[in-house]
Design a protein around this ligand. Structure first.
Ligand SMILES: O=C(O)C(=O)Cc1ccccc1
Length: 270
């Protein structure tokens, strides 16, 4: 098996991929969309992408890629995120990291480095690479990225100690599993009328199925038109889930319903 995740080496996504990869070869891409594309094309057996953070919320590029490409979600990995400030030394004026990491450390950065320029780059490890090449740049990432001239200037700089991120392990669409305690669906109703969202959620409430997440993302078709991402606490194999999705499909007859798959949550210590 081969896996693909966000690079370069040392990203949080890489750490999550390593935790589930069983020694498999891991390849890297510069964006979440490129990872999902590689799995959809069958270039890799597994892809690991960040989905949601406890401080900053959804990784919108991931949600949009899951609505666009036909892939399966086969595992969910939750891991604590503890950020360090990494640089060649204290003389830097720019802090480069993934937009989620910059946002997760907003209070610390405002307090300690109010004059620094914040630069969003492809990943945390990419920011550390830039810091390795340039003493005027610092990165934010996992402290294990400190090596080859980079030191840890501060640890645990995230705004909340409980900072955690959910990652999905993706597989080609035909490997979709119906077994597991949770499932993810993407719904595009292609309609807009009073009570639509209420109607979309009723099939689950009526069958006592708990929702763990509802997110709306613009469909890109027109302003005010949305795709909904729904996580439920039930497996696709269950009769109540099948019935709820049949109701959902009737409501979304002008659009579509995609079952991304069922899985169990795995907690991995960072
Ligand atoms: O850039 C990384 O290291 C990633 O894997 C994305 C990310 C960024 C911040 C917290 C969790 C995941």
């Amino acid at each position: 098996m081969t896996a693909v995740t966000l690079g370069p080496e040392g990203t949080y996504s890489h750490r999550a991929a390593t935790a589930i990869a069983d020694g498999d070869e891991i390849d890297f891409r510069q964006s979440v969309t490129a990872i999902v594309d590689a799995v959809a094309r069958g270039e890799h057996d597994r892809g690991v992408i960040p989905i949601e953070n406890s401080i900053e919320g959804s990784v919108t590029e991931s949600l949009d890629a899951l609505a666009e490409y036909d892939v399966a979600v086969v595992r969910e990995i939750v891991t604590p995120i503890r950020h360090a400030l990494l640089a060649q030394g204290p003389e830097f004026d720019t802090i480069a990291s993934h937009s989620q990491a910059l946002a997760q450390c907003r209070s610390y950065l405002d307090r300690e480095y109010p004059d620094a320029t914040l630069e969003a780059v492809a990943s945390t490890a990419q920011g550390v690479e830039f810091a390795r090449e340039d003493p005027s740049v610092a990165g934010i990432g996992h402290p294990d990225n400190a090596s080859n001239g980079i030191e840890v200037l501060a640890e645990d700089i995230q705004d909340q100690d409980s900072n955690a991120t959910r990652f999905f392990a993706l597989a080609p669409a035909e490997e979709r599993s119906k077994g597991g305690g949770k499932s993810t669906l993407v719904v595009y109703p292609n309609a807009n009328y009073p009570g639509l969202l209420l109607e979309l959620l009723e099939p689950f409430a009526d069958r006592d199925i708990n929702l763990t997440r509802v997110e709306s993302r613009p469909s890109g078709q027109r302003l005010g038109d949305y795709v909904f991402h729904i996580d439920i606490e039930a497996g696709l194999y269950e009769a109540r889930t099948k019935e709820a999705i049949e109701d959902l499909e009737k409501l979304a007859e002008k659009g579509w319903v995609r079952r991304l798959g069922s899985y169990d949550t795995e907690h991995v210590v960072g």
